[in-house]
Design a protein around this ligand. Structure first.
Ligand SMILES: Nc1ncnc2c1ncn2[C@@H]1O[C@H](COP(=O)(O)OP(=O)(O)OP(=O)(O)O)[C@@H](O)[C@H]1O
Ligand SMILES: [Mg+2]
Length: 392
C-alpha cells in the first residue's frame, strides 16, 4: 500500500482547532510550508527531503531511529550539530514516516513544530506545548483501526527546533512537561550547540550528532539538483562547490542556485529567461570561487610560491598586490594557506611554527587588528618557517 493510500486525515481541518503557533502568529515553519508556492521557493526548500530516502548521509542515525519506530520504542530525541546538515529535514521526514502521511494538513494534527529562536519564552513552553501535549489524539478509533498504521503514531510529536536559543527558565519548565506527557508525546529537541542546553534536559533525550556531511553525501544531492534543474556546470566546478561547502548542504544548494541565476540570460526587460531551450552560460570553477568570495586555488598557489621562494620584500609586495587585485580578505587567505601548508612534508618544528603563528594572526584579525600590519605578520610567519627549512 502506498503512503498516499494510507493517508488518514486528509480531510478538511477543523479551523477551530489550532495545533501550531505558526497559525496563531502568521509565522511559517518548515512543516507548514504551503505546497502551492512551488517553483518560487529557494532550492533549499524546494529540495528539502520529503522522505528518509531523500536524506543524504547519516545512515547510522536513520537506521537506529527507524528501528526505534518499528519497535514502538521511540525515546525523546536530541539532534545536534552544525548548520545545514539535515537535522530539521530529518525529523520532518521521520514524522512523515511515523504517521505514514505526506499531507502537511494531516501532519499538523500529530506534530507541533516550534522554532525556539522565535518563541523562546516561558509562555511558549508552558502554554502552547502544554495545550498541544495534553490534547488527546482526536483521530483515533474508527480510522486508525482500519489501517496498519504504526502504533508509534499514537504519540504526538513536538519538535523544538533551535532549542539552544531557549531561555534557561523555559528549559527548566520543559523538563517537567517532558516527563508529565511522556505517555502520549515524544519530543525532538534540535540544537547546534549542546553546551547551551540544560543538563537535565539532555539526560532525558537520546542524542544524535549530525556531523558535517561527507563529500559523497553532498555530491548525491547536489548532482540530483543539477540534473533536475538542467544546470550547466563544469565537473571541476562541482568539486570546488563540494569542497567549499565544508559539509553544509544548505550552503551547497544556495551557492549552486546563485551561480545558476547568474548563468541565466536576461530578456530586454532584465527578467531572467525561463524554459528548457534557454542557452545558459557554463558555470566554471572561477564562478564558484567568486560566488562564495573564496580565494581561487591559483591565487593561493601564487601566494605560497612567493612566500616560500622569494625574499621578504618581494613576497610581501606580491601578496599585497594579489590581495588588492582579487579583493581577498586576509582571514580567507589564512585559512586556505594553512590548509596548503599542512599538506607539505616538513619537520614538526616548522609545522608548529607555521600553525601557531597563523592561529595567532587569525586571532588578532578577528579582534580588529589592522589588515595590512597583520598581512605583513602573516608573510613573516610563513617566511620564518621557510627559512627554518632552508637552514635544515
Ligand atoms: N542530509 C541532507 N540530505 C539532503 N538535503 C539536505 C541534507 N541536509 C541539509 N539538506 C538541505 O539543506 C536544507 C537545510 O537543511 P536543514 O534545515 O535540515 O538543516 P539543519 O541541520 O536543520 O540546519 P540548522 O542547524 O541551520 O537549522 C534542506 O532544506 C535541504 O535542502
Ligand atoms: Mg534546522
Amino acid at each position: 500500500m502506498s503512503d498516499d493510500e494510507m493517508d488518514l486525515d486528509d480531510g478538511p481541518v477543523d479551523s477551530s482547532i489550532t495545533f501550531s503557533t505558526s497559525e496563531a502568529k502568521g509565522k511559517r515553519s518548515a512543516a507548514n510550508l504551503p505546497v502551492e508556492v512551488g517553483d518560487s521557493l529557494p532550492w533549499v526548500e524546494k529540495y528539502r527531503p520529503q522522505s528518509l530516502d531523500d536524506v543524504s548521509g547519516h545512515e547510522d542515525i536513520l537506521k537506529t531511529i527507524t528501528k526505534f519506530i518499528d519497535q514502538n520504542k521511540l525515546p525523546h530525541l536530541l539532534f545536534y550539530g552544525p548548520p545545514g546538515t539535515g537535522k530539521t529535514s530529518t525529523i520532518l521526514a521521520l514524522a512523515r514516516r511515523i504517521y505514514r502521511t505526506t499531507s502537511e494538513a494531516a501532519l499538523r494534527h500529530h506534530v507541533l513544530e516550534l522554532n525556539a529562536s522565535d518563541d523562546r519564552g516561558i509562555d511558549v513552553v508552558r502554554e502552547q506545548i502544554k495545550t498541544f501535549a495534553s490534547t488527546k489524539q482526536i483521530f483515533s478509533s474508527a480510522k486508525t483501526d482500519a489501517t496498519t498504521i504504526s502504533s508509534t503514531s499514537q504519540f504526538k510529536l513536538i519538535i523544538l527546533d533551535e532549542a539552544d536559543a531557549m531561555t534557561s527558565t523555559a528549559q527548566n519548565a520543559l523538563r517537567r512537561i517532558m516527563e508529565k506527557y511522556t505517555a502520549n508525546v515524544r519530543f525532538c529537541i534540535i540544537a547546534n550547540y549542546t553546551h547551551k542546553l540544560n543538563a537535565a534536559l539532555l539526560s532525558r533525550c537520546t542524542r544524535f550528532r549530525f556531523s558535517p556531511l561527507p563529500i559523497a553525501a553532498l555530491r548525491r544531492r547536489v548532482e540530483y539538483v543539477i540534473e533536475n534543474e538542467n544546470v550547466r556546470i563544469d565537473p571541476r566546478a562541482v568539486e570546488a562547490l563540494l569542497n567549499l561547502s565544508r559539509g553544509d548542504m544548505r550552503r551547497s544548494l544556495n551557492v549552486l542556485q546563485a551561480c545558476f541565476a547568474g548563468s541565466t540570460p536576461l530578456d530586454k526587460n532584465g527578467v531572467a529567461l525561463t524554459g528548457s531551450d534557454v542557452q545558459r552560460e557554463l558555470i566554471t570553477e572561477t564562478t564558484i570561487y567568486e560566488c562564495v568570495a573564496a580565494p581561487h586555488p591559483e591565487d593561493i598557489q601564487a601566494i605560497m610560491n612567493t612566500l616560500l621562494t622569494e625574499d621578504m620584500t618581494t613576497a610581501l609586495l606580491t601578496v599585497t598586490r594579489i590581495k588588492t587585485l582579487k579583493g581577498l580578505a586576509l582571514t580567507d587567505i589564512l585559512q586556505a594557506v594553512a590548509e596548503e601548508l599542512c599538506r607539505l612534508e616538513v619537520s614538526p618544528q616548522v609545522r608548529v611554527q607555521w600553525l601557531a603563528g597563523l592561529a595567532e594572526i587569525e586571532g588578532r584579525v578577528a579582534a580588529g587588528g589592522n589588515e595590512s600590519v597583520q598581512t605583513a605578520g602573516f608573510a613573516g610567519v610563513v617566511k620564518t618557517g621557510a627559512d627554518m627549512i632552508a637552514k635544515g
